[in-house]
Design a protein around this ligand. Structure first.
Ligand code: PGA
Length: 251
């Protein structure tokens, strides 16, 4: 059985004050559930602050991005070793905002994945189609090509061991328009079946989580789907009550 994962992607939001309030609230209302992994993914500059606030909590820390390079003369970049040095357990790779706004292609994503693995960070690898691609009937093609780029890496089993896959239809991110449970399940099953062709055991174990306008009021129906193992939550993760309800749904 894949582990259930609920990850809070705060994106470029937060201040010391708002983060202190949010984490305090989450810690108060949070029910640790043995088989579940709850992850907070703040902007880089607040990682250490979050670590201090989360002290003694089972909630894990993740980063929103990682450099494809090792340490050195790369102004403005953050190396994987710095993330593990800052107690990160997870890192988002291939988020659609990175792919579309920052032009990250499959090659860059592969390099980032390797860097993360070298440092023992668990990647949350995001795939997803945009609206135009869905309307043109290209959804499966897009997902498969994003996934195949990773599966083509040598030692895939090692690369995807401990990884989390996130299906995030771009048209559902931040739009309030969620994929229906059936739409999401169809792609989650496609992802699991594709991984199964490369490694049947890994396919059974790898968590595949859904992201794209997940809210307290739609999480339950999505989580009822057999191949949805949790959520990558953006906007709703900035509101403690919403996030706590989403965590409860997955218990
Ligand atoms: P959203 O973002 O929940 O605000 O749609 C999800 C994500 O981009 O990770």
């Amino acid at each position: 059985m894949p582990q259930t994962i609920i990850a809070a992607n705060w994106k470029m939001n937060g201040t010391h004050d708002s983060i202190q309030q949010l984490i305090t609230h989450i810690k108060q209302g949070f029910n640790p559930f043995p088989q579940h992994e709850i992850i907070i993914i703040p902007p880089f500059v607040y990682l250490d602050f979050c670590r201090q606030l989360l002290n003694n909590s089972p909630i894990k820390l993740g980063a929103q991005n990682v450099s494809q390079f090792g340490v050195g003369a790369y102004t403005g970049e953050i190396a994987a070793v710095m993330l593990s040095d800052n107690h990160c357990s997870y890192v988002l790779i291939g988020h659609s905002e990175r792919r579309s706004v920052f032009n990250e292609n499959n090659d860059i994503i592969k390099q980032k994945l390797m860097r993360a693995k070298e440092q023992g960070l668990k990647p949350i690898l995001c795939v997803g189609e945009n609206l135009e691609q869905r309307q043109q009937g290209l959804t499966e093609h897009v997902i498969l090509s994003q996934l195949q780029a990773i599966l083509d890496l040598t030692g895939t089993d090692a690369v995807l061991q401990d990884a989390v896959l996130a299906y995030e239809p771009v048209w559902a991110i931040g739009t309030g328009q969620t994929a229906t449970p059936d739409q999401a399940q169809q792609i989650h099953a496609l992802i699991r079946n594709t991984i199964a062709k490369a490694d049947p055991l890994l396919a059974k174990e790898i968590p595949i989580i859904y992201g794209g306008s997940v809210k307290a009021n739609n999480a339950q129906q999505l989580f009822a789907m057999p191949d949805i193992n949790g959520f990558l939550v953006g906007g709703a993760s900035l509101i403690a009550e919403e996030f706590l309800t989403i965590c409860k749904v997955a218990e």
